[in-house]
Design a protein around this ligand. Structure first.
Ligand code: ARG
Length: 457
């Protein structure tokens, strides 16, 4: 039976009921709804709506229910209750009869549903942070292992300057660190309890809402009842966090897809995270990475969808707000799954040092070094840039690397060039020179690994 039958003389059309009901997705809030209900029953004692003994009975029955839903949340889906709030109330009444009917005094599903979802978000954030930290830890270990893996760094997907695989790993470590800090930030702002805001104007029972908030583990109670029941900023923030996090994972995936291509052959992915082709027997496809790259679409879509749903809603509660949950559940599930997959892929990756190094040598990625060399010999940078450009054209025509040009050949472009140019053109020298904070020099990378470790511990 619905919670609101009294005013109605006709049954709801089945098609409308299906359209309107939210149990099929908000059943995931069962634990939070029960915990919120227990706290509410305690508040009802403080305003003399129920006695202490009655509260104990309610609490006992709700705790039994909690155990049941923890064992098998899917059983909830058997019911035709409208939403999780109706389901919990129904079950309570089945257990303890008329006393159960007192629980909803002074409360509305409007403050109840937003409280439940906030509690759910508070549970979820540590799981996400955990998954991100797993990947951060793995990035550090991988960086530590591959400090000597020299590979090309790119801009415009053109070989630009040599880097190491370790330095590449640490770039993603930084992105993921910001993802964690965004989640911590969001958690702080959403840690405010809306319970006791009633339907929109506040509860008619003079309870201590701060105490109620503390019982539920919130830092404090909200300030304004109208805002409380219609605020979904935290949903938008989480969807934004998820979208940015997924953008990071999709870039990680795309880099590795390129590194894994036949053209680059820098890395090999494990059989455990690749799949074959039904037609072409030779294929081993990076499906895990492609799915991570692809799924950013649905997460960013959820953010856009939620923004559009919430825009222009008049105060306070409107049923549109029920649309908050599916977006959020899907986006956070997807983010979590992609974090786990990215970790799985990186765990088993093999780096092909020879191919990485060969590619780093090609593409004139030491051209900047030659320009800096000329600058050190007193030539203004702009002029040096031009001279090296000409040398590169000559080297391309001869199908040689810069360091393969003889001294005679090099001196045609500038007489200041001497034999001491050759060590400077080596990959090792290119790396070692980037020795300011954040640069790719082996010493800087080593200390960046130490800093990263400290951040995680
Ligand atoms: N299932 C609803 C939701 O998620 C609960 C609130 C219903 N409130 C109402 N006044 N119809 O938003």
């Amino acid at each position: 039976m619905a919670l609101w039958g009294g005013r109605f003389s006709q049954e709801a059309d089945q098609r409308f009921k299906h359209f309107n009901d939210s149990l099929r997705f908000d059943y995931r809030l069962a634990e939070q709804d029960i915990i919120g209900s227990i706290a509410w029953s305690k508040a009802l004692v403080t305003v003399n709506v129920i006695s202490y003994d009655e509260q104990k009975k309610i609490e006992k029955a709700l705790n039994e229910l909690l155990l049941l839903v923890k064992q098998d949340p899917n059983q909830i889906l058997q019911s035709d209750a409208e939403d999780i709030h109706s389901w919990v109330e129904q079950k309570l009444i089945e257990k303890i009869g008329d006393l159960g009917k007192k629980l909803h005094t002074g409360r509305s599903r409007n403050d109840q549903s937003t409280t439940d979802l906030k509690l759910w978000c508070k549970d979820q954030i540590p799981h996400l942070i955990n998954a991100i930290n797993h990947l951060r830890q793995l990035l550090i270990t991988t960086a530590e292992q591959h400090q000597k893996a020299i590979m090309p760094g790119y801009t415009h997907l053109q070989r630009a300057q040599p880097i190491t695989f370790a330095h590449w790993c640490l770039a993603y470590f930084e992105m993921l660190s910001r993802d964690v800090s965004r989640l911590e930030d969001t958690l702080q702002r959403l840690d405010v309890s809306p319970l006791g805001s009633g339907a929109l104007a506040g509860t008619a029972y003079p309870m201590d809402r701060e105490q109620l908030a503390h019982w539920l583990g919130f830092a404090q109670a909200t300030n304004n009842s109208l805002d409380s029941v219609s605020d979904r900023d935290h949903i938008l923030e989480l969807l934004n966090n998820a979208s940015i996090g997924m953008v990071h994972l999709s870039r990680f995936a795309e880099d590795l897809i390129i590194f894994n291509s036949g053209e680059a052959n820098f890395v090999e992915l494990s059989d455990r995270v690749t799949s074959g082709s039904s037609l072409m027997p030779q294929k081993k496809n990076p499906d895990a990475l492609e799915l991570i790259r692809g799924k950013v679409g649905r997460v960013a879509g959820a953010l856009t969808g939620a923004l559009m749903t919430f825009k222009g809603l008049p105060l306070a509660y409107n049923k549109d707000l029920q649309e908050d949950k599916e977006h959020l559940f899907d986006a956070l599930d997807t983010w979590q799954e992609c974090l786990d997959m990215a970790t799985l892929v990186l765990e088993d990756i093999k780096i092909n040092y020879t191919n990485c190094q060969e590619a780093a040598k090609q593409g004139y990625s030491n051209a900047t070094e030659l320009a800096d060399y000329l600058v050190a010999k007193g030539i203004p940078f702009r002029e040096a840039h031009h001279i090296v450009g000409e040398a590169v054209v000559d080297a391309i025509a001869k199908q040689k690397a810069l360091e393969e040009l003889s001294l005679e050949e090099l001196q045609k472009f500038s007489p200041v060039i001497d034999n001491d140019v050759y060590p400077i053109l080596s990959l090792e020298s290119c790396l070692a020179k980037r020795c300011a904070k954040g640069g790719v020099s082996p010493l800087q990378v080593k200390s960046a690994i130490e800093v990263a470790k400290q951040q995680l511990s």
